[in-house]
Design a protein around this ligand. Sequence first.
Ligand SMILES: C[S@@+](CC[C@H](N)C(=O)[O-])C[C@H]1O[C@@H](n2cnc3c(N)ncnc32)[C@H](O)[C@@H]1O
Length: 283
Amino acid sequence: MRGAEVTLNKTSITNGVISRENGEYELSNGTADVPAHGIEWDTYGPLLDIQAGLTPDYWENVDLLIEAARKAYPDSAEAELRICDIGAGTGNFTTAIAEVFPRAEVVHLEPNKHMNFLARTKFADAGQKNVHIVESDFNSFDWQDQAWDIIICVNALYMLAPQAQTLQTIRRALRPNGFFYVVDFGREQDASQWFWYFLKNALKGINTKKYIQSIPKWPQMLASAREGGKTQVEGAWWTHETQEFGETLETAGFEVDGLTACYCGFADRAVCRPGTQTGDDHP
Ligand SMILES: C[S@@+](CC[C@H](N)C(=O)[O-])C[C@H]1O[C@@H](n2cnc3c(N)ncnc32)[C@H](O)[C@@H]1O
């Protein structure tokens, strides 16, 4: 995938080098070195945003995060929360939550500097000063007990093996009244199903312009979807059905609410409370 040129708004990536019109954006000094597994994350960010733009279900997951957060913290304009988005990618969920909680400290935790560059442009464009990009993978992050009010993890948990241990770390890191919003790809990626879905939507007039604009990127999008599916079949990424997903969350000690399949049926979603935390929580 290196050597590709992609453009997103005023940002372009050519041969792995990112540049942006009107302004310099410093990349963080992080040294995160996370194996890419099937997907080449360095060039995936713009593809993620194109796919998100064609997928109403992606934005439904953003809306449901905001709904859960507003329900938990109705005084959103004043709430001084600590919020962490794990595997935050190009910042779509981070931007949305930071907008609703302008006084919160929002950490965008993401190991890939190219993803972070795209995210940084969104935070800058939105004038969001309360978001901190931490260029780190999950395991290198300094997880403190009961330090976070909201933890978000969208389509990254499947990579964070062993998931039972990852989930326990997240549960311990939540404050007692906090919650964990999780969406996770569970089913094997089927590139052709995605493309039928995009086409059917376009024919119905949903995102038709974006669909046409996306056509030159299809070879890259198909290739990454196929790589993702292959990585799942090889067993390097966790796959699950909805029931197993819920049971895994409960086994980690979470109280699970709103468990459901989502994201065109490929993923599962839940809002989780940390439950009763005991002194035995440390493995
Ligand atoms: C499919 S993307 C999801 C991005 C974002 N959450 C969203 O839904 O738009 C998965 C993200 O997880 C990140 N990731 C991969 N390994 C990770 C790790 N060990 N710790 C934290 N993030 C990781 C990747 O760099 C990538 O940005």
